[in-house]
Design a protein around this ligand. Structure first.
Ligand SMILES: O=CC(=O)O
Length: 398
């Protein structure tokens, strides 16, 4: 389906941003995921202000700076409704200066203040009408309690496990996420991890680099992807994109999901354990919710079996990491391709020594190309909200 895009965004030229985007993406993981933890610990304690921290957005890109360039803009900044940002979101750097000059809204960066968060929010509460969140920036009931004027939470992430959705629903706060913008990127990466684990791409790369080819001879061969039975856990946009790719490899697809999908002919398993017992590889594509937390446990992995492989591009906590590490150590499953972990950026040390495991630092989601689409979607959602128009990527039925 074609995504609608606000007129003001259609005319913008993206190409000149690509170079900047590439530079930023090199820092992306550090900026988005690692500081999420750092910031949780740092949490607006006076004296430990983030103003001096390396994570702060460059001053010339902040809304305050951009809007403060003329008296008119300054007035507009004071009057316009505020979109709260609790933790740094590097993609904002990509949003053109021109767009910030709009009078529809301005960003209010809480992490720029030396005030304790509670005080900061109480002070600015009347003007805060929306929140811009990201994968590492939790939006809790406590925060929403302090902000009764908020009508929209928009996130730069696909996953919404960091947002208290029940509270949003209770308050009638609209929620918009990154929709399907990243589906192809994540699916490419999932298939990449699967091929890597099966065909030992990274492991054999390490073998060559360490000079072992010359001294130890040929490396053990990997296993063929073609014809494998793949179980997809979570058949949303990403799961379907994974399935489509794997069909081209002549894999047979089956799936587990909250509900059987109408118009989908792949075999459906109500139990994830049964799915695991009937496939050679499991690809985890579902959301992290109370129901999916630790859903992939020892029992499921044992059902997958000694030749089975698991790939996770969903969220770390969908797998019981301790049990998975044990299963890998004991040869209960054959290998794993993991982009997400329970306590990022911490990765269980045991995995480092396993050459049947491929590890990546939660990067499946982004490519520079779709990052530009994300920019347009987030700004488009905010623009729509403040113009009382339908959101571009509304989540939920409230
Ligand atoms: O993992 C990242 C996301 O949910 O966007």
């Amino acid at each position: 389906m074609k995504r609608r895009m606000p007129k003001c965004l259609k005319s913008r030229k993206h190409s000149k941003d690509v170079f900047e985007t590439h530079k930023l993406l090199c820092l992306l993981h550090d900026l988005v995921y690692y500081p999420a933890r750092l910031l949780q610990e740092d949490s607006h304690q006076p004296g430990r202000s983030l103003q001096q921290s390396m994570w702060r957005l460059p001053a010339e890109h902040s809304a305050h700076h951009l809007m403060a360039n003329s008296t008119d803009c300054h007035k507009a900044q004071q009057d316009s409704p505020k979109v709260l940002i609790l933790k740094p979101i590097p993609f904002i750097i990509l949003v053109g200066e021109q767009y910030f000059a709009s009078n529809k809204f301005t960003f209010l960066e809480a992490y720029d203040s030396s005030l304790p968060l509670h005080q900061f929010l109480s002070t600015h509460s009347p003007s805060i009408k929306a929140i811009l969140s990201s994968a590492g920036a939790p939006i809790t009931a406590d925060i929403l309690n302090l902000l009764p004027g908020v009508g929209l939470v928009v996130t730069t992430s696909v996953g919404l496990n960091q947002v208290d959705l029940l509270e949003c629903r209770r308050r009638g706060i609209k929620v918009a996420n990154a929709g399907s913008i990243f589906s192809d990127d994540v699916a490419d990466f999932a298939v990449g991890l699967l091929i890597d684990v099966l065909r030992k791409v990274s492991a054999s790369d390490g073998y060559v680099r360490k000079g072992l080819w010359a001294t130890k001879g040929d490396y053990p061969l990997g296993s063929k992807l073609g014809g494998k039975r793949i179980g997809i856990v979570g058949l949303g946009n990403i799961g379907l994109a994974v399935a489509k790719r794997l069909e081209a490899f002549r894999c047979s697809i089956s799936y587990n999901s909250r509900k059987r999908k109408p118009h989908v002919s792949y075999p459906f398993y109500e139990s994830v354990c049964e799915l695991a017992a009937n496939c050679d590889a499991l690809v985890i594509c579902c959301e992290l919710t109370d129901q999916t937390h630790h859903m992939i446990n020892k029992e499921v992995l044992s059902a997958l079996g000694k030749k089975g492989v698991i790939v996770n591009i969903g969220r770390g906590a969908i797998i019981n990491e301790k049990e998975m590490v044990q299963c890998l150590m004991q040869g209960e499953i054959a290998g794993a391709g993991l982009d997400v972990f329970e306590n990022e950026p911490d990765v269980p040390l045991e995995l480092f020594a396993m050459d049947n495991v491929v590890l990546s630092p939660h990067i499946a989601v982004f490519t520079p190309e779709s990052f530009l689409d994300l920019r347009d979607l987030v700004v488009g959602n905010l623009e729509a909200f403040f113009s009382d128009k339908p959101l571009l990527s509304k989540y939920g039925d409230w």
